[in-house]
Ligand binder design. Structure first.
Ligand code: AKB
Length: 336
């Protein structure tokens, strides 16, 4: 039997690289699209790699024509800080790009006569807490609360969650194709992610991974938020596990299309203290950027992921201690 084909966009990014290793190990045939060519190490894990833009509909049609894609992981996006620097571009990439992928996956579902599963990384950026006092008072947020983002990226992610739900349940509900197979959209709202392999670019939760990677390289780090700024974080293996866990979940067990996933919630100061325990010479100082700090303050302190736990058995393997002791420190020491 041939292996199911999985398309991964943004495969050369932070989540993408770790996900490729997992999909390859799980026996999928992986096809990738990314603006930049994949390094040799990752190309070897793929059936085919395309260097190109998700805004290029011709490229996507070509990819779909050559492969019977059964699963899409649409990871390509402009993150929150980058998005504030160029909001129109963020809208194009994050919303129009996602629309292209949804259209492609839906056409593919009709061609195959069954639902293509479409996995979408959403974010804590869809939430908008009015101020730090309210953020502290609320603590863990549920999916349906505080959906008033203050960044273009957050607005884009929230709208794309709705687009995915629409494509899954209502796409062309009045047309001749109203009974044709539709795609099966599943989204995860990620906290800030920390990887031992890669440093993210253009995000606002980047202070966590940047602090650690700078210290490991003996470089000074000026943190763009104050030590008290707190959001939830997750180690990359848990992020990959959550995507694969949701992919594998039976449709009947899913009560919604969008799920929070949590792991641990820590402040910038707690991360800095932890980093200094490992790298005692780490030179970490604080130079808060008022806008980036405000964005972090608008994100919840923690996520209520009880629906994901109940529906598809989500459970993180890494708390703060284990993330550092068993994953980040060994990985980062091997890397630098
Ligand atoms: C960002 O900082 O933009 C992302 C996110 C929280 O989704 N890492």
């Amino acid at each position: 039997m041939s292996k199911p084909v999985v398309l991964v966009t943004g495969a050369n990014g932070e989540i993408g690289r770790s996900l490729l290793e997992r999909l390859h190990a799980d026996g999928y045939a992986v096809v990738t699209v990314d603006l930049t060519p994949l390094p040799e190490k990752y190309r070897g894990l793929c059936l085919e790699t395309y260097a190109g833009n998700i805004m290029d509909r011709y490229l996507l049609d070509q990819v779909a024509a050559h492969h019977e894609i059964e699963v899409v992981f649409h990871l390509a996006a402009l993150l929150s800080t980058r998005g504030e620097r160029d909001p129109e571009l963020a809208h194009q990439v994050n919303v129009e790009g996602t629309l292209h992928l949804l259209r492609m996956a839906n056409n593919q579902s009709q061609r195959l006569g069954r639902a293509v599963r479409f996995l979408f990384p959403s974010s804590i950026a869809v939430y908008g807490m009015p101020d730090v006092a309210e953020k502290k008072r609320v603590g863990r947020v549920r999916e349906e609360a505080w959906n008033v983002p203050i960044t273009m990226y957050g607005c884009n992610k929230l709208y794309c969650e709705h687009l995915g739900r629409y494509f899954t349940n209502y796409y062309r509900q009045l047309g001749a194709l109203s009974t044709a197979a539709r795609l099966d959209f599943r989204a995860i709202r990620f906290p800030g992610l920390i990887s031992a392999e890669t440093v993210p670019t253009g995000g606002t939760s980047d202070f966590g991974p940047e602090m650690l990677h700078a210290a490991a390289q003996g470089k000074p780090y000026k943190c763009f938020v104050g030590p008290e700024a707190q959001i939830p974080f997750m180690a990359m293996p848990d992020a990959v596990q959550s995507l694969v866990g949701l992919l594998d979940a039976d449709r009947e067990r899913l009560s919604t299309t969008v799920y929070n996933v949590g792991a641990f919630s820590v402040s910038a100061g707690e991360i800095a203290a932890r980093v200094k325990r490992i790298f005692p010479k780490a030179d970490i100082s604080y130079e808060p950027d008022p806008v980036r700090a405000k964005i972090v303050d608008s994100w919840p302190e923690d996520l209520d992921d009880s629906v994901a736990r109940k529906d598809w058995g989500w459970k993180p393997a890494y708390d703060f201690d284990r993330a550092f002791d068993d994953y980040l420190v060994p990985g980062i020491r091997a890397r630098y």
